[in-house]
Each structure stands twice: as structure tokens, then as C-alpha cells.
Design a protein around this ligand. Structure first.
Ligand SMILES: Nc1ncnc2c1ncn2[C@@H]1O[C@H](COP(=O)(O)OP(=O)(O)OP(=O)(O)O)[C@@H](O)[C@H]1O
Length: 226
């Protein structure tokens, strides 16, 4: 059996998990990582029921879906983590992680605090980074300048941020808390923390209970049989 043929259990998976309140800059930093570490990291595109923002592309930022379809897939156990935020569902599918790993790339996930907890409890290892805003005022300002949210949505996101920041202090949840004040500085810190994890990336066949990469590929790669 070659190295590639050996199956890996979820507990052997190394990932980079990026977490933080809405508007803190997760997407911005991940996009830069995708550029600067191209061919080394792979973004695990998660699913959401929220509407695409201007410029977002299906399959790049998110897989955009609807409540019924997403709930059905959650029922079928397709997701590693799933959460309802501000009335919309978000989740990372097993298939998204498998896809990145099969290409020999270090998986990068963008999740909320509950997602980070769920990944930790399913034994998925790696670097868990919490991005914190310099202040709630600046967070609000970023959301306002982004021009993607209604006033009510901005208020909801900023008020949720306090409890997310509090949760980031939970023992054993995050390995690093990085304040995204000056973007270039925060980006360099995150990149330097990721670098030691890049060595181990090589194509892997991952076996989740009742699901493996070959099954996924044979069935069209959508994870519907897992
Ligand atoms: N360090 C920074 N200084 C100023 N503005 C920033 C900084 N980092 C990101 N931004 C801006 O803040 C806004 C929010 O960033 P981004 O969309 O990346 O946040 P997010 O955490 O991915 O949010 P969400 O979870 O809602 O998708 C964007 O307009 C982005 O350009």
C-alpha cells in the first residue's frame, strides 16, 4: 500500500481554522493567504443559505444553497460543523475538506466559534486562530464601509461580536488570538503561524465513518452518500 492509499482518520487531519466575528476580516485575510500560499493551502468552501454579496462567486466564497436543501444535507450527516447565524445556516461539508486534502493542500476553514468548538470535539487538529477586532467601534465601522449589511444586520453582528470575543478566551479552544488592526501586520502574523503546518501537506485519502474519498468521487463529489 502506498502512502497515498493509506487512509487517514479525521483525527490525523491537520487544518487551519480561522474564526472571528463578522466583519473582522476573515475573508480578507483568507483571500490573501490563497494568493500568497497558492499551491500550498486550499480553502474549504463552506455552504450557506444567505444571499451572495456583490462579487461573491458560487463555489469560491461559499456554495450558496437554500434552507430546505441544506437541512436535508445536514440530516444526511454531510457536514463537519453547521450553525445557524442571524437566521441563516452555515456549514463545512466533509466533501469540502476531502476535496482539499485529496489535492495535497493544507485545508483552511472559515468558521464561527461554535464551528471551531465542533471541529475540536470531532478531533480535527491543527491551528485554530481567532481574529479579533481592535475595538467594537472599528468592527462596526468595517461592516458599515463594506456596504453589504442593513442597519439591523450591522447591529446584530456587532452585538454578537462581544460574546464571540468572550468565547475566544475559552481554555483550549484557540491556539492564537490575532488582533486584525493593521491588515498587513495581522496577515503576516497569521501567515507565520501557518508556515510550520505546510510541511505535512500531501495527497491523502481520508476515511470518515461510512464515507471515503473514492465513494465521494464516484458519486459525483457532492457527499450525498456520506
Ligand atoms: N485590518 C483592516 N483594517 C481595515 N479594514 C479591514 C481590515 N481587515 C478587513 N477590513 C475590511 O473590513 C471589511 C470586513 O472584512 P471581511 O469581509 O473580510 O470580514 P469577515 O470577517 O470575512 O466578515 P463575514 O464573516 O461577515 O464574512 C471588508 O470591507 C474589509 O475590506
Amino acid at each position: 500500500m502506498t502512502q497515498e492509499e493509506k487512509s487517514t482518520s479525521p483525527q490525523d487531519i491537520q487544518t487551519v481554522v480561522i474564526c472571528g466575528p463578522s466583519g473582522v476580516g476573515k475573508g480578507t485575510i483568507i483571500n490573501r493567504l490563497k494568493e500568497e500560499l497558492a499551491g500550498k493551502i486550499g480553502f474549504c468552501v463552506s455552504h450557506t443559505t444567505r444571499q451572495p454579496r456583490s462579487g461573491e462567486v458560487d463555489g469560491r466564497e461559499y456554495w450558496f444553497t437554500n434552507q430546505e436543501e441544506m437541512r436535508n444535507r445536514v440530516e444526511r450527516g454531510e457536514f463537519l460543523e453547521v450553525n445557524e447565524v442571524h437566521g441563516e445556516l452555515y456549514g463545512t461539508s466533509r466533501a469540502a475538506l476531502l476535496d482539499v486534502m485529496s489535492r495535497g493542500l493544507l485545508p483552511v476553514l472559515d468558521v464561527d466559534v461554535k464551528g471551531a468548538r465542533d471541529l475540536r470535539s470531532s478531533g480535527i487538529k491543527g491551528l485554530y486562530v481567532f481574529l479579533a477586532p481592535p475595538s467594537l467601534d472599528q468592527l462596526e465601522n468595517r461592516l458599515r464601509l463594506r456596504k453589504t449589511e442593513t442597519e439591523a444586520s450591522i447591529e446584530r453582528r456587532v452585538s454578537a461580536a462581544s460574546s464571540e470575543i468572550e468565547a475566544s478566551k475559552e481554555a483550549g479552544l484557540f491556539d492564537e488570538v490575532v488582533v486584525n488592526d493593521v491588515l498587513d501586520n495581522a496577515f503576516e502574523v497569521v501567515k507565520s503561524k501557518i508556515t510550520p503546518f505546510l510541511q505535512d501537506a500531501r495527497p491523502k485519502k481520508v476515511r470518515f465513518p461510512g464515507c471515503n474519498l473514492l465513494t465521494l468521487l464516484r458519486d459525483g463529489g457532492d457527499g450525498s452518500r456520506c
